[in-house]
Design a binder for this molecule. Structure first.
Ligand code: NAD
Length: 511
């Protein structure tokens, strides 16, 4: 167990042990299978987590529902104060929690710390909301009447998260939902269970200090069985699901069947368009991070470079040089010199290998990379592909690995057409110096994605803006100024203080 190795003493700073309990509902108790958590950098077991049984899930749901009543009655600014304290507790554990994310998920330490910072930022956003949550009074057409829009918490919500952002995605949901007055059950990815336990311990420490029932933020570590149970549970008013399009589609249908609400954050197939007038220095700098960073394991990773034919050869040749300059810096994500870490699982390595084989079979050219790196852990070479048609099924699907397809375009209109022709609609960017092209890109005939950037990579969002995508990305939005609406229910209240009954539209019945 890596937890016994003094090099990983930060695990103990987070209250983790060799065997951890993966269920929290005010108390820590689990009866499900033991899950081993592996480091993708070396394939070794970090520690173990006992997951939730069906009965454990039931206990969580019941405890969370019971906890909701008092939580919903707490004034909103008081809930904001709890979230502020969670932000501070995260600040205190920033370094060890970042190290754990790096060790368990595999992203490099600066990105892992950035992910914890994102949770802290969303706590700040939620704190502000706790003093500003709006409700509108509308003019009524009836004399002596008033129309009020009243927002109330949903109650119990479920948060199912993906492996690649094991802290931030929970934080985006939890901080805002807490301020809104909801309680939650978190079902994290079963390949990042230690991170989920560590985050929940931090949240628990704040709840305990304030005499708030822990079940306000319940945790159920488990696999698809627990996810499925949560999705089916009618008590769960909203299922916020982050993960692949295939699973998200099933989740959406299941939740809809019981008329629950869903918030879906699914796969992407993000493109950067390189205009003929693009600043190529800027582009190359951005593209390296966007295509190869996080070993291609961001939902917003650039998977397609749509490059104007006038600069196509130059961009591909310079990108190859840029990739060549970082291959020596692929390695242990916890080391300061590392720029690119491993893939998360052996299954991801297999998906990478079969995609590369299929590229070759279909007549594509591997311009750079294409191989698994022979060392312990799950490392692959970042890969550049040319020669596949823009509408090839490979180009149109998301392989969650560092493979980018370079495709020539004749003009911006063609670039926009290609950008929009895939099923997914998460993130997109154009590199140009032309103001008219910028406005075309962000206008009705421009990108159809939820994230539409100019002269920056497709990845690396801020919490101030709404995050999410259209089409097969699921249509959900998290963060941003009005994210709270997803976690509340809206009632239109009409109050009559006139002393007589008057009907709308001035309807009068005959005598
Ligand atoms: P995944 O779909 O395999 O798993 C996501 C979560 O769903 C996990 O917690 C998993 O245990 C759970 N799950 C699996 N089957 C389930 C079922 N039948 N019912 C309920 N829950 C179930 O995804 P992953 O491999 O962990 O993550 C990678 C994917 O997530 C990529 O497609 C990526 O683009 C996407 N992603 C999207 C966003 C976004 O904001 N749009 C963010 C991060 C990741």
């Amino acid at each position: 167990y890596l937890i016994d190795d003094p090099n990983y003493s930060f695990l103990k700073d987070l209250g983790l042990d060799k065997k951890n309990v993966g269920v929290f509902n005010g108390k820590w108790e689990a009866n499900g299978q033991l899950i081993q958590s592996y480091s993708p950098a070396n394939g070794k077991v970090i520690a173990e987590v006992q997951s939730a049984s069906a009965a454990d899930y039931e206990a969580c749901a019941k405890a969370a529902q019971d906890a909701w009543h008092a939580w919903a009655e707490l004034p909103i600014p008081s809930r904001g104060e709890i979230v502020r304290q969670i932000g501070d507790a995260l600040r205190e554990k920033l370094q060890p929690l970042g190290q754990l994310v790096s060790l368990e998920m595999g992203k490099i330490l600066p990105e892992a710390i950035g992910e914890v910072v994102e949770y802290i930022h969303v706590c700040d956003l939620a704190l502000g909301l706790s003093r500003t949550l709006p409700g509108t009074i509308f003019p009524s057409e009836r004399p002596g009447h008033v129309l009020i829009e009243k927002w109330n918490p949903l109650g119990l919500i479920g948060v199912i998260t993906a492996f690649n952002f094991p802290v931030a995605v929970f934080g985006w949901n939890s901080a805002i939902a807490m301020v809104c007055g909801d309680v939650s059950i978190w079902k994290p990815s079963d390949t990042t269970p230690l991170t989920a336990v560590a985050v929940t311990k931090i949240v628990e420490s704040v709840l305990v200090k304030n005499n708030i029932p822990g079940a306000v933020a319940a945790l159920c570590v488990g696999g698809r069985d627990i996810g499925h149970t949560l999705v089916q549970d009618r008590r769960v008013k909203l299922v916020s699901f982050t993960g692949s399009t295939a699973v998200g589609q099933q989740v959406g249908v299941e939740v809809q069947k019981r008329f629950g609400r869903h918030l879906l954050e699914l796969g992407g197939n993000n493109a950067i368009i390189v205009n003929s007038d693009a600043n190529l220095d800027l582009l190359l700098n951005a593209a390296l991070f966007a295509c190869a960073g996080t070993a291609g394991q961001r939902c917003t990773t650039t998977r397609r470079l749509l490059i104007h034919q006038q600069v196509f050869d130059e961009v591909v040749s310079r990108l190859k040089k840029a990739y060549a300059s970082v291959v020596s810096r692929i390695g242990d994500p916890l080391l300061p010199e590392t720029l690119i870490g491993p893939l998360h699982t052996p299954a991801a390595v297999e998906a990478y290998k079969s995609t590369v084989a299929e590229v070759v079979k279909q007549g594509g050219t591997i311009e750079f990379g294409g191989k698994v790196i022979e060392r312990e852990g799950y490392f692959v070479e970042p890969t550049i592909v040319t020669g596949l048609p823009h509408d090839s099924p490979l180009v149109k699907s998301e392989c969650f690995a560092p493979i980018v397809y370079c495709i020539p375009i004749a003009d911006l209109d063609t670039g926009i057409q290609y950008n929009n022709e895939v099923d997914q609609g998460l993130s997109s960017s154009v590199f140009t110096e032309n103001l008219g092209d910028v406005f075309k890109w962000i206008g009705p005939h421009g990108s159809d994605c939820g994230i539409v950037n100019v002269n920056i990579p497709t990845n690396g969002a801020e919490v101030g803006g709404a995050f999410g995508g259209e089409k097969a990305t699921g249509g959900g939005r998290e963060c941003g100024a009005d994210a709270w609406k997803a976690y509340m229910r809206r009632a239109t209240v009409t109050i009559n203080y006139s002393g007589t009954i008057k009907l709308a539209q001035n309807i009068k019945f005959g005598d």
